[in-house]
Ligand binder design. Structure first.
Ligand code: UDP
Length: 468
């Protein structure tokens, strides 16, 4: 293949929030003449149904779980099975590439931060391993500083979480205002042998040998945290985000490639066209969150009482153990000002002028997409490092409100009304701050910006030695 400058193997953790940023990265690499081999589990590859191009290849491997396993809904089992099975299969995929005369030799392995097993494979084949943590810098710091948190006795919790949840943690650099309840959920367990606790503890420390550590964030948002991490990692930590924006700036080499696990329902964009500017609250809890029936109903009646138009993405598996069923009376009462989809084209929704607020579970991609579009948030985190993101949104960046864990319709109503009230002073200040962050995000990925420069560094690392 003429003009090929390198060959990157990209290995995301098999979940939507990990596939999306790695696919955006693939777009940038391909636009820079790097061949990409994108590796999925068989389970996801079947759902994504990819087609090959000259520059974009797909490989997949079995995750070791039966077809009817709920996977991300039982995360420890998925992680454990991947730890057991993935090293063997990924090794074989790399070996196959290295032996092939039809594809260029690998010049880099970019694997999810939680797949440190790739270090051994990279070392064996003499290729650098890059660790891509798809979390925020604050989320990664919380995982990275687990040994310190253990040393100071914060985690594992001695007993009931409720007793300690408001204790303030003072030992993590650049995160002085964190409360115990803001730590990633995997950390606030009472059992030191808990699978996810041990897994994250190990994986975060195993990031050290990586050649580079990539984070989908930007300097102007998480600068102090990035500096601190760089002091620990010998300046190997590069912020390259928001990838949503940088990827868009590189054209669309992955057009036609499906990177959504569910089918996007674009009809909501037509509905948004008919709504007033900044009038719609978009409600979506990402790809993994599950609600109880009661929580779904409380959110519904809170939205009804807020009197605000809303667009609600309700995945078929959003409610635990059953299909989400909204009360008929609620559907009837809100039919003039509501739109429901099972999966939204989220980044397009958030950048639509009719959308004025986002009720979110604070997943990192959702948070970054909201900031990149200048949309303020109501945060109701579900698990992982979402509570940490929530804390930064509410308390550090001040671009959203925290909602209590226990969903009650009155609080949903009050927060939605407050967020969507364009006359509210706190909200107005939030929108001014968001505009600044959005502009800085755009500048960061443009030529001369910090994320752009970092991306050039990543590209340099994966060029073939021959320089062709
Ligand atoms: N997403 C989407 N449509 C939906 C729900 C989610 O496109 O209806 C996308 C969203 O834009 C984001 C990703 O799925 O890029 C979810 O990632 P996030 O980190 O926010 O949360 P997770 O799903 O990992 O909990």
């Amino acid at each position: 293949m003429d003009g090929v400058r390198g060959h990157a193997l990209l290995l995301p953790f098999p979940a939507q929030g990990h596939i999306t940023p790695l696919m955006q990265l693939a777009n940038i690499l391909i636009s820079n003449h790097i061949v990409v081999t994108f590796v999925n589990t068989d389970f996801l590859e079947k759902r994504l149904n990819h087609t090959f191009t000259h520059y974009l290849r797909f490989e997949s491997f079995p995750d070791g779980l039966p077809p009817d396993h709920v996977r991300t809904l039982k995360l420890p089992e998925l992680c454990e099975s991947l730890q057991k099975h993935a090293p063997f299969h990924v090794h074989n995929i790399v070996e196959k590439i290295e032996q092939s005369v039809h594809v260029p030799p690998l010049t880099i392995i970019i694997a999810d931060g939680v797949f440190s097993f790739t270090q051994q494979i990279a070392d064996k084949f003499g290729v650098p391993r890059v660790a891509f943590w798809t979390t925020s810098a604050c989320g990664f710091s919380a995982y990275y500083y687990m040994p310190l948190l253990i040393h100071h006795g914060y985690i594992p919790l001695k007993d009931d979480r409720d007793r300690y949840k408001n204790d303030v943690i003072t030992c993590i650099p650049e995160m002085e205002a964190l409360r115990v309840k803001d730590l990633p959920s995997f950390l606030t367990v009472t059992d030191a042998e808990d699978y996810m606790f041990q897994y994250l503890l190990r994986e975060a420390q195993n990031t050290h040998p990586a050649s580079l550590v990539l984070l989908n964030t930007f300097q102007e948002l998480e600068g102090p945290l990035l500096s601190d991490l760089n002091s620990k990692f010998g300046n190997k930590v590069l912020s390259i985000g928001p990838l949503l924006l940088s990827s868009a700036g590189f054209g669309d080499a992955i057009a036609g490639t499906n990177s959504s696990i569910w089918n996007e329902e674009k009809s909501c964009l037509e509905w948004l066209e008919k709504q007033k500017e900044s009038s719609v609250i978009y409600v979506c809890f990402g790809s993994i969150t599950v609600l109880s029936d009661e929580e779904l109903v409380e959110f519904a009646w809170g939205l009804e009482a807020s009197n605000q138009p809303f667009l609600w993405a309700i995945r078929p598996d959003l409610v635990q153990g059953s299909r989400a069923v909204l009360p008929d009376e609620f559907v009837e009462k809100t039919k003039e000002r509501s739109f429901f989809v099972s999966w939204a084209p989220q980044s397009k929704v958030l950048s639509h002028p009719s959308v004025g607020g986002f009720l979110t579970h604070s997943g990192w991609n959702s948070t970054l997409e909201s900031i990149s579009s200048g949309v303020p948030m109501i945060c109701w985190p579900f698990f992982a490092e979402q509570p940490t993101n929530r804390r930064f949104v509410d308390d550090v960046w001040k671009v959203g409100y925290e909602m209590r864990e226990n969903v009650v319709r009155e609080e949903v109503e009050v927060l939605v009304r407050k967020l969507m009230n364009l006359e509210d002073n706190q909200g107005r200040e939030m929108r001014v701050r968001l505009k600044k962050y959005k502009d800085k995000a755009i500048t960061s990925v443009k030529e001369g910006g910090a994320s752009y420069k970092n991306m050039q560094e990543v590209l340099k690392q994966m060029q073939m030695k021959t320089g062709n």
